[in-house]
Design a binder for this molecule. Structure first.
Ligand SMILES: Nc1nc2c(ncn2[C@@H]2O[C@H](COP(=O)(O)OP(=O)(O)OP(=O)(O)O)[C@@H](O)[C@H]2O)c(=O)[nH]1
Ligand SMILES: [Mg+2]
Length: 420
């Protein structure tokens, strides 16, 4: 099964806790603080890998969690950082945030790297909180906790050339002859069930060719294999429209031409406007020449037509040359243009105060950070807590909102009495 979409859950590692510890000297009661910092949590990193062709791995395994940072230790030992998790995806994978639909990255070039989630910071050990006035801090900081996120992965193949046409017209045969790709070829419709990619050499140049399953009338509305695969040629620079001009299947080649183009247009007007050359195939079959003459007349000067037989190889060099001549005049395929969506760690210093009846409630990321840093039953810690409230203007703000000495204030879920 070809899988070109996946929904996965990713989570960066939590930061390890800093610890509270004191140096123990033999004979002495207690020395200075020596609690080490916790380690940083691992990141979730995506890397584009040209050797991959599908997102199958992510269809079967849907949860990816980076390693947590270890807690700090006594004797100023840092906790070990958590291990990053590296997720390899095929070129052309678009990563989106499930919740907002925001595009996080278009994994466009081989080796491209994107850190999608950053691991939590390690908490500071009590050694870090010692200063000239505070010799023995009895508190340390817990590690930053991270949140799991859901992201969608969607593969939008990147190629120079897209092969389009009815089923059985010889698209895969063309691919197999002009590139080293070995797609399945057989004399029935819908032999190709998923896109195939191949690299064609043309003297010192190379171009990437994508072969998709055959299209039929109504494809853009879901008939046959439908639009499911049209998006794999959206990111091509030009199309080669393969037409079976032998008429062995009883269809009229010009009618085929019109129908396929109508489907392309219905799917995406932009795709329909893409530069197209026609590969008139199966010219080795008896009677094809006659058909071809008619067809050629009807096409007129609308497109360049290359006469080929994918089976005998006739005209394939000319086809490659024609493709190359078009490609050199076209700009390279560009990554999607989008406003990058990034998961941002909560802005640390924001807070909000609102009134619930007579009670004041303080919420926000500043409060969350404070909660991590403060041990309320420790005097020093509590003093630090007050200092931050004052320094950050929370006390002033509360007063402005009408808090008096008897008012109740809830900060981070804890109830306090307002003391000015
Ligand atoms: N005589 C002749 N037969 C050809 C030629 N090109 C392809 N064929 C045959 O046509 C049949 C279909 O070829 P494929 O390459 O599988 O066709 P396709 O367009 O990829 O078909 P789908 O994957 O089903 O869309 C096979 O039996 C091929 O051998 C040609 O130039 N001449
Ligand atoms: Mg095929």
């Amino acid at each position: 099964m070809f899988i070109d979409r996946a929904l996965i859950t990713i989570k960066a590692g939590d930061g390890g806790n800093g610890i509270t510890s004191f140096i123990h000297y033999k004979g002495k009661v207690s020395g200075g603080p020596d609690g080490g910092d916790g380690g940083k949590g691992g990141d979730v990193i995506f890397v584009a890998d040209k050797t991959l062709t599908s997102l199958a791995d992510y269809y079967y395994k849907t949860k990816y969690v980076a390693g947590n940072g270890e807690n700090g230790g006594p004797k100023d030992c840092f906790g070990k950082s958590g291990e990053d998790i590296v997720l390899r995806v095929p070129l052309g994978t678009v990563i989106k945030d499930k919740e907002t639909g925001g595009i996080i990255a278009d994994m466009f070039t081989d080796g491209q790297k994107k850190v999608v989630l950053v691991g939590g910071d390690g908490g500071k050990g009590n050694a870090k909180f010692a200063n000239s006035r505070r010799h023995a801090p009895h508190f340390s900081q817990t590690g930053e906790k991270t949140e799991a996120k859901k992201v969608t992965l969607e593969l939008k193949t990147i190629a120079d050339v897209g092969l389009v046409g009815f089923p059985n017209v010889g698209k895969s045969t063309v691919l197999s002859k002009i590139t080293r790709a070995r797609p399945k070829i057989a004399n029935y419709h819908f032999t190709t069930l998923s896109p195939n990619l191949g690299v064609a050499d043309y003297y010192d140049n190379q171009f990437l060719v994508a072969d998709i399953p055959g299209l039929i009338e109504g494809a853009s509305e879901g008939a046959g294999l439908g639009t499911e695969f049209l998006r794999h040629i959206e990111r091509t620079r030009m199309l080669v429209h393969v037409i079976d001009v032998s008429g062995v299947e009883g269809r009229d080649p010009y009618d085929d031409y019109l129908k396929i183009n109508a489907e392309l247009k219905n799917y995406s007007p932009e795709l329909a406007k893409r530069k197209q050359i026609i590969a008139a195939n199966k010219l080795d079959i008896y009677g094809a020449e006659e058909n071809f003459k008619e067809f050629k007349k009807k096409i007129g000067r609308k497109h360049k037509i290359i006469e080929i037989s994918a089976v005998t190889g006739k005209g394939l060099d000319t086809l490659k040359q024609a493709i190359y001549d078009v490609l050199v005049k076209l700009p390279p395929v560009k990554p999607l243009e989008f406003e990058e969506f990034n998961y941002v760690k909560p802005e640390r210093l924001s807070y909000e105060i609102f009134k619930e009846g007579e009670t004041f409630v303080v919420v926000g990321t500043l409060v969350e950070v404070l909660k991590r840093n403060v041990v309320l039953d420790d005097m020093n810690s509590l003093a630090y807590f007050h200092k931050v409230l004052r320094d950050r203007g929370i006390i002033a703000e509360l007063r402005k909102m009408g808090a008096t000495d008897k008012s109740t204030v809830i900060i981070g879920g804890e109830e306090f009495e307002f003391v000015d």
